[in-house]
Design a protein around this ligand. Structure first.
Ligand SMILES: Nc1ncnc2c1ncn2[C@@H]1O[C@H](COP(=O)(O)OP(=O)(O)OP(=O)(O)O)[C@@H](O)[C@H]1O
Ligand SMILES: [Mg+2]
Length: 458
């Protein structure tokens, strides 16, 4: 995945094509434009794409609006789910009476139709600026673990240490070597380092050194000139070249063939590449992150991997612990996955039964988070009723309710249950939920983070 689109996202909610047709050409250079024709689709897109800047036609309020979702109601729902959303409400003569109500309900600004593109650009720019400031302020108030760390859930001591290492090294340019069993989140960590680095606006280019046959890997990595080998019908850029200004992620490097190990070592030493069949030395400036599930000490001992390459790559080592060594993270991730898969699959949220939680704790998770994902997804699709039990997860049932639980685990679970319920009852409105629980908003944020709860998916 080459991520090179860093334009702010703007969602246009309008059941006519007019507004979109008018503004899209003028805005698409600076903004990534999304469109929804009704309120339901708008909520879906804004959550899925994580869009906080919205242009909403208040005329959705008219009886012709789809699915009974009126403009004002959509505005309310968007803000409830994402309190930072900046909704710019557009109105014509017929909706003047709703302008004040839109502002009362939290619209960032209101805008009279017909749209003047230059004025709209100023309002959008202001909305983006305000959003940035508020997001930064939230980060300051919600340090480390109030928000999930770059989509990684975990509050065990071992994972906190991993997060802290990522924070320390992200902004430096040192090569990083990530070690961990299959499914422990190595690619997620590589992504987190890139997103927190000064190269975050450049591309993140992963390449799996195991999945591609050796004969093709050289040209995949370094590119090739036309006619370099049979089938090389055209000149082609390699993945390393595409990583200019960004991060190259050499996944499964432990499986790299010896001939290519030499070439990668040369690239790391000289920061230049040559295409297969080419003579030109192409300078490449990128950060390199490598990962493997292999035991590297063994690979070096058995001369399958060059020690000089290993030491160049492993200036900083991050060892991702298997899920079974992460205290109660596994339960937290399971709850989180249930929420996000329910959204993705458009299924009503199901809960884990007490037995299921215990079975999850006792299982050794050889496939780590990926195995947990598969079991949860399958259970969500197949389980009847609103609870998921050990059998739905194809795990061994426990010997009796609460049999393996400590008091602390039981208390945590009860706390999670109550917080989820209040967030649900208040439609994800943090202030209302905090009031109902008799705690402050910061405390509620702490609890949500501890239990991997996201107000947008409640
Ligand atoms: N701490 C975590 N919180 C939430 N999701 C996670 C976490 N760790 C991993 N995942 C998810 O688990 C899946 C596997 O993670 P990832 O692909 O990064 O693992 P990997 O170590 O590269 O696995 P493999 O060795 O199989 O390639 C991904 O969908 C990722 O988003
Ligand atoms: Mg991987």
């Amino acid at each position: 995945m080459v991520t090179d689109d860093h334009r702010p996202k703007v969602l246009i909610i309008d059941n006519k094509e007019e507004i979109l047709a008018k503004v899209q050409p003028g805005l698409s250079e600076d903004y990534a434009i999304f469109q929804a024709h009704n309120g339901t689709a708008a909520i879906d897109i804004s959550l899925k794409e994580d869009i906080s800047i919205v242009l909403l036609d208040l005329e959705l309020d008219s009886p012709s609006a789809n699915n009974g979702n009126t403009g004002l109601c959509t505005l309310e729902q968007i803000i409830q789910r994402n309190p930072l959303a900046k909704v710019i409400a557009t109105y014509g003569i017929s909706e003047r009476q709703n302008v004040i109500r839109a502002l009362e309900k939290g619209a960032f600004d209101v805008f009279a139709l017909p749209i003047n593109l230059d004025e709209l650009k100023i309002v959008l720019h202001r909305a983006c600026h305000r959003l940035e400031i508020e997001q930064e302020a939230l980060q300051v108030h919600c340090p480390e673990n109030r928000l999930p760390f770059q989509r990684m859930i975990g509050s065990s001591a071992v994972m906190k240490a991993v997060f802290s290492t990522i924070d320390k090294i992200a902004e430096t340019d040192v090569p990083v070597f990530i070690l961990g069993e299959s499914g422990t989140g190595k690619e997620l960590v590589a992504n987190a380092i890139h997103s927190k680095s000064t190269r975050r606006n450049g591309p993140f280019v992963p390449i799996n050194c195991r999945a591609i046959p050796e004969a093709l890997l050289a040209s995949e990595l370094f590119g090739n000139e036309k006619g370099a080998f049979t089938g090389a019908v055209a000149h082609r850029r390699g993945k390393i070249d595409y990583a200019q200004g960004g991060t190259l992620f050499l996944d499964e490097i432990g499986d790299l063939a010896p001939t290519l190990q030499v070439k990668i070592l040369r690239f790391l030493q000289e920061k230049i590449i040559e295409r297969v069949g080419g003579r030109e030395a192409i300078p490449v400036d990128c950060r390199v992150i490598a990962a493997t599930h292999r035991n590297m000490a063994e690979a070096i001992e058995e001369t399958r991997f060059r020690p000089d390459l290993y030491f160049r790559l492993a200036v900083v080592k991050i060892v991702l612990p298997p899920l079974r060594q992460r205290e109660d993270d596994v339960v937290q991730i399971a709850h989180h996955l249930l929420q996000s898969f329910s959204m993705e699959l458009k299924k009503p949220i199901k809960k884990l039964s007490i037995d299921a939680i215990e079975a999850i704790r006792r299982h050794s998770w050889p496939g780590n988070v990926r195995e947990l994902q598969n079991r949860i997804k399958c259970a969500l699709v197949l389980a009847d009723g609103s609870f998921i039990g050990p059998a739905d997860l194809e795990l061994e049932p426990s010997s009796g309710p609460f049999s393996g639980w400590t008091l602390r685990q039981a208390t945590e679970e009860l706390q999670r249950e109550i917080v989820t319920k209040k967030l649900h009852d208040s439609n994800g409105n943090i202030s209302r939920a905090a009031r109902a629980l008799g705690i402050s908003r910061p405390t509620l944020y702490d609890l949500m983070s501890r239990h991997g709860l996201d107000y947008r998916t409640i």
